[in-house]
Unconditional design. Structure first.
Length: 256
């Protein structure tokens, strides 16, 4: 299981997009690792696991954790070290593609838990159902930066019109022009808008991720065997279900 626990001021849709980007790019990082770099990383992990417990309290906690898990795998550490000694780069890539890479993993399973702050913009259930996460991410970054002139529908329409062959600077310029065109005549200042967009790394990053997502939009709808529409839940274009009433969702789950 690969787990990410993140907390910050960014909207959750943006954070999810960053995680997607990290997972996608990290495989490229694994491919680029030289044999020496890989073996050095493995040896560092082995050395870390071989460190002795420094107190009786640490040793007690380590043993009790295995007892409390009902697995009693007191030899797990030794087994982990032996497996690491035999681990190859090809093994790691095969594991990544079997369990983590959504494009190749046959039984890809993912759970996103997002908590939206009441202090930032958050999509309505209808907007969640209508717009891809990349759109919510970019629009949320625009709103957080004080850029409230554009509607979410206009941002979505703009992304649909983007030519993927254009550079990020060109697309950013086009977004600035659109933003300026929606402002009142007395407040129009394209240069100021561009400067504001450029100094906001989140807007530029969200825009770049939105462009990439348009080329490779994940779709988890075919992985879901349950339809929650009957209890009022909304499903995003990617197939992700929004639980907006936890009590109702919990009561709908049969215990097995």
């Amino acid at each position: 299981m690969l787990e990410f626990i993140l907390e910050g001021e960014s909207n959750p849709a943006y954070v999810t997009q960053r995680i997607n980007q990290f997972i996608r790019e990290y495989r490229l990082r694994l491919l680029e690792l030289s044999t020496e770099e890989f073996e050095s990383s493995v040896q560092s992990l082995i050395s870390l696991k071989q460190e002795k417990l420094v107190s009786i309290g640490d040793e007690f906690g380590w043993h009790w954790a295995h007892i409390n898990s009902d697995k009693y795998r007191f030899d797990k550490l030794e087994n982990d070290i032996e497996h690491l000694k035999q681990l190859s780069k090809d093994d790691l890539l095969a594991f990544w593609d079997k369990y983590i890479n959504k494009d190749t993993a046959k039984h890809y399973t993912r759970l996103d838990l997002q908590t939206w702050s009441a202090k930032i913009w958050q999509p309505t259930p209808e907007e969640f159902e209508m717009y891809p996460s990349a759109v919510l991410s970019l629009f949320g970054c625009l709103r957080s930066g004080g850029h409230t002139t554009l509607s979410i529908a206009e941002v979505y329409s703009f992304l649909l019109s983007v030519t993927t062959s254009n550079s990020i600077d060109t697309v950013l310029e086009e977004l600035c022009e659109l933003y300026s065109s929606k402002q009142a005549p007395s407040t129009i200042n394209a240069g100021t808008a561009r400067t504001a967009f450029e100094t906001s790394s989140k807007i530029a990053t969200a825009l770049q991720m939105a462009i990439s997502s348009a080329q490779d939009t994940p779709n988890f709808a075919n992985l879901s065997t349950t339809n929650f529409a009957s209890i009022g839940m909304k499903q995003s274009p990617e197939g992700i279900w929004l639980i907006n009433d936890y009590t109702q969702f919990k009561s709908s789950q049969a215990l097995h």
